[in-house]
Design a protein around this ligand. Structure first.
Ligand code: NAD
Length: 509
């Protein structure tokens, strides 16, 4: 496998030694009270890159208390001041973009080029977006004439209090900032809990919060395992709302834990996303762009994006043209050292996750599926020395997977897609909608009417036509059914963190 120069910004501390991460509570950096730690690894090399506080309820209690103390002052500050601090934080992340990208790549195994072009720029955009959005969020006023005089109803949005922001490992900084930015902009104070698997960039962000000038206690970051620190945060009586992104089973336990205290909850969960490919998208003029788009939708971030397409529904009449082209393009992905600028495809998040993905493929094969490409761990001999022990699984396309197989019904969250033929649009919609999920879908056709019909027939929070993951941060994003509750993005996110209160004033009469 070719290896070009490895860019290594000097500022990333974990290059020098495993970084020692701390919680960020009340403006101070502290280890977990009990002194316990876990480790974070680079899944591409197997090396330990950080020790991480293994926080418990003690640490969570301190963080929530600090956030509760900071809330009265923060929530009554002019929105312009809150927005300015978020802008400053965005500028600092942008200044350190290379260091953040390297940390994200090392902690996740994703290509450095992806962290640099997607994860970190999007985190910066999140901070800037909500900084602007809160200033555009107008107070609603409704005037009504009465028989005598008038009535004015003003809708005020009062920040809820302490927000728990719990994020997963696949897009660590991107999704952490997607939660804390609207919470802080709306006037909530925050206790954030990043994934214990990928804590590095949230820790780096907490250091920049000091430099940006956030008051102590406004944004706290507690590191630790989900069932310990995460569960304590969710159960804490002084937490007013929970925004969670992660697995559906975890979401279920959070919904249960929050129900008794009526905490407002937003859950962004898993998916089993379909792509519907119509024959015209595979004609001579469109085949290359369709294939490129599908390969991106299936394999970006090694298939570990909640919106990745894992079921590709292909109109029967173009099967023989499209399938070989998909296989060829998939085989051409350059698997290698994530730090190599030529690498398209890096390591999965961990060896246990690789085993889970491999298990789903093996079960499908056992049930009669045919492997068109991939279907196994990447041979260490084909990898550069530095990463030969990493969690690399080859991008995989399967055919003849039974409808009820796990690979067609459950979230794979890895570089695996099943190819399924269809003849009529009604069949495509039935198959696409035939799981318990409803996160997103894609439709590939140049026929606008057909695209509209198909997209309206899908049960999915987002449908992309002839593309994937194009995002306007103003639109509501979320899932149907087991893919979640609530929406993130734009005003929906800001309004999640505030309770509407109506003040009615009468005049005259
Ligand atoms: P996960 O559910 O294991 O963990 C997510 C977060 O929840 C982590 O911070 C974890 O520590 C915490 N957690 C775990 N158990 C908890 C508990 N009992 N109480 C409170 N917190 C707890 O998910 P993951 O494996 O980190 O991430 C992968 C999943 O995330 C996939 O299912 C993927 O689809 C989903 N995801 C969804 C979206 C979306 O927008 N819908 C986006 C990205 C990822």
């Amino acid at each position: 496998m070719p290896s070009s120069a490895l860019p290594m910004p000097a500022s990333y501390p974990a290059r020098v030694q495993p970084a020692v991460l701390c919680n960020f509570i009340d403006g101070c950096f502290r280890p977990a009270r009990g002194g316990a730690t876990t480790v974070a690894q680079n899944p591409a090399t197997g090396q330990t890159i950080a020790t991480v506080p293994d926080s418990t309820a003690h640490d969570v209690n301190e963080a929530v208390a600090a956030a509760a103390r900071a809330f009265p002052e923060w929530s009554t500050r002019p929105a312009e001041e809150r927005a300015a601090l978020l802008m400053r934080l965005a500028d600092l992340v942008e200044r350190d973009l290379d260091a953040f990208a390297l940390a994200e790549s090392e902690n996740t195994g994703k290509p450095l080029s992806l962290a640099r072009s997607l994860d970190v720029p999007r985190a910066i955009a999140n901070l800037r977006h909500f900084s602007g959005a809160v200033l555009e969020d107008q107070t609603q006023v409704f005037d009504q004439d009465l028989p005598k005089g008038t009535m004015r109803s003003t809708v005020i949005r009062k920040p809820l209090g302490v927000a728990a922001c719990i994020s997963p490992w696949n897009l660590p900084l991107y999704l952490f900032t997607w939660k804390i930015a609207p919470a802080l902009a709306a006037g909530c104070t925050v206790v954030g809990k990043p994934s214990e698997v990928t804590p590095l960039t949230a820790w780096m962000l907490s250091q920049l919060m000091v430099d940006a000038g956030f008051p102590a206690g406004v944004c706290n970051v507690v590191h630790g395992r989900g069932p310990l620190a995460g569960a304590a945060l969710v159960a804490h009586p002084d937490v007013s709302c929970i925004t969670f992104t992660g697995g559906t089973i975890t979401g279920e336990s959070i919904a249960r834990a929050a129900a008794g205290s009526f905490k407002r909850t937003a859950l962004e969960l898993g998916g089993s996303n379909a792509a519907i490919v119509c024959a015209d998208a595979a004609d001579d003029a469109h085949l290359p762009t369709t294939v490129d788009g599908l390969v991106r939708a299936m394999f970006t971030n090694q298939g570990q994006v909640c919106h990745c397409a894992s079921r590709i529904l292909i109109e029967r009449s173009c099967w023989d043209r499209l399938v070989p082209a998909l296989v060829e393009r998939t085989r051409a992905l350059r698997i290698g050292d994530p730090l190599d600028t030529a690498t398209d495809f890096g390591s999965l998040i961990s060896a246990p996750h690789l085993l889970r993905v491999a298990g789903m493929v093996d079960a499908a094969v056992h049930g009669g599926a045919r492997v068109l490409c991939g279907g196994q761990r990447v041979s260490p001999d084909s990898l550069p020395d530095r990463v030969r022990h990493g969690a690399f699984y080859a991008p995989t396309l399967l055919q003849d997977v039974t409808a009820d197989a796990e690979a067609n019904q459950e979230e794979i969250f890895g570089p695996v897609a099943t190819l399924i033929p269809f003849s009529a649009d009604a069949d495509a919609l039935r198959i696409a909608n035939g799981t318990k999920y409803g996160l997103s879908a894609t439709v590939w056709t140049r026929d606008d009417e057909r695209a509209t019909r198909l997209s309206r027939g899908l049960t999915a929070g987002t449908v992309w036509i002839n593309g994937w993951m194009m995002r306007d941060l103003r639109v509501p994003i979320g899932g149907f059914r087991c893919s979640g509750i609530g929406r993130e993005g734009g005003q929906d996110a800001l309004h999640f963190f505030a309770e509407p209160m109506v003040v009615v004033q009468s005049t005259g009469g």
